[in-house]
Design a protein around this ligand. Structure first.
Ligand code: ZN
Length: 405
């Protein structure tokens, strides 16, 4: 690898404009969707126009960019502009929850070309689950008319801790048989593309940040479903922690939980009182029929005052834990997502109440607490973001375009 390539291997968008910009760095500039001429790119990067031309040719040959239909006139003869080709490849993504799955085929700009949702209990184990996934993806590709060779990557979210570098689940509590299963190798062999795996809350945080809050540096995505988890965007990057366990707020002890038993084996965890499963149990104890988080949402939509009370209290319990995290981490946006978030304002009201009354004024001065804009699509969009950010990283593109065909 040349010195230039070395310098760019860990390049970011802010470094993309330097004089050492390779083809990947030019592509990074064009990924914002704006078409630019050779002259504009030369000015942005400080490169000679001939160098820009060479690198644009490389990108055109690999289909990453296309000459834009609009040519830009600078007074004299019109100059051709070049634009990112979001349709160059496709991404397959799947958000696998405890009981249901959502799948999507997207382009490189995260536009959804096909999607599917299904009941799919994760406890069926890795091979039955992933076999189903392969068949579903093949059917969806037949729908969109793309061959396997068009796939640039596959992104998977799993409802448990994942070692991101190997893509293997690590002691996932609700996923029997999945511990250390080689998900990337198993799927990669069958679909012929690189596979990236992460925890479902992490990919939701990525999706929500990318689509709804790209200008925000520090964001928390709190998923309230069967369990409770939190994805952390710090300095615009996903913070996974040293073992991939960052953001596991469901097992922080809360006083309101008393000695309520948690599925992790401890007692007094936030999840034991405020998860969708716990809310359903509270309602059952009051003689109301509710099996899980989606039943709780159904009761809210049906106007149940008791369900509203339970969900608001859960919001306060979650907000109490988040209040401490706000003081510690100082995010500017907290997004509330997951099944329970679909119950609307009740849960948000509880969360806001606890955070604003307990966090420090300086930390909450500009804090925005809102519901997920992507809703149940946050996971699949985020899994696609994870793949595209990996495949189109300047260093990865430079390697791909210099590799022998
Ligand atoms: Zn616990």
């Amino acid at each position: 690898m040349s010195v230039e390539g070395e310098a760019l291997a860990h390049g970011t968008l802010s470094e993309a404009g330097g004089p050492a910009a390779g083809a990947g760095a030019l592509l990074a500039i064009l990924r914002d969707g704006q078409a630019r001429t050779r002259a504009e790119l030369a000015q942005l990067t400080g490169l000679a126009r001939s160098t820009v031309s060479q690198r644009l040719d490389v990108l055109i040959n690999h289909d990453w960019i296309v000459p834009s239909e609009d040519t830009i006139s600078s007074g004299g003869r019109p100059a051709t502009a070049f634009a990112f080709n979001r349709g160059a490849r496709i991404v397959l993504s799947a958000d696998l929850g405890a009981t249901h799955a959502r799948l999507a085929v997207t382009d490189l700009g995260m536009a959804v070309l096909a999607e599917r949702a299904a009941e799919l209990p994760i406890e069926r184990g890795p091979e039955p689950t992933l076999s189903w996934l392969v068949t579903a993806f093949e059917e969806m590709l037949a729908e969109t008319g793309h061959p396997l060779s068009q796939i640039c990557g596959i992104g998977i979210g799993l409802p448990g801790p994942v070692e991101h570098t190997s893509g293997r689940p690590v002691n996932p509590p609700i996923m029997p048989g999945w511990d250390d299963f080689p998900v990337p190798e198993w799927l990669g062999e069958r679909l012929g593309a690189p596979v990236l795996v992460d925890n479902d809350v992490n990919i939701m945080a990525l999706g929500e940040h990318w689509i709804a809050s790209p200008e925000v540096d520090h964001l928390l995505f709190v998923k309230i479903g069967t369990g409770i988890g939190c994805g952390i965007i710090a300095d615009r990057r996903l913070h996974r922690g040293s073992q991939g366990a960052a953001g596991d707020i469901g097992h922080i002890r809360v006083t309101s939980a008393g000695d309520a038993l948690c599925r992790c084996g401890n007692s007094g965890c936030l999840e034991a009182v405020a998860s969708g499963a716990a809310m359903a149990a509270t309602l059952r104890a009051a003689g109301i029929d509710a099996a899980g988080s989606r039943d709780v949402v159904g009761l809210i939509r049906g106007g149940s005052a008791q369900a509203a009370q339970v969900i608001r209290q859960a919001g306060r319990d979650i907000g109490g834990v988040l209040a401490a995290i706000v003081n510690f981490f100082n995010p500017s946006v907290i997004v509330v997502g997951g099944d329970i978030a679909e119950a609307g304002e009740h849960v948000l009201a509880g969360v806001r109440e606890a955070i604003y009354s307990r966090s420090l004024p300086l930390a909450t001065q500009h804090l925005n607490i809102r519901a997920s804009e992507l809703g149940d699509r946050a996971g699949v969009i985020g899994a696609a973001v994870m793949v595209v950010e990996h495949v189109l990283a300047p260093g990865t593109v430079d390697q791909a375009v210099t590799a022998p065909a």
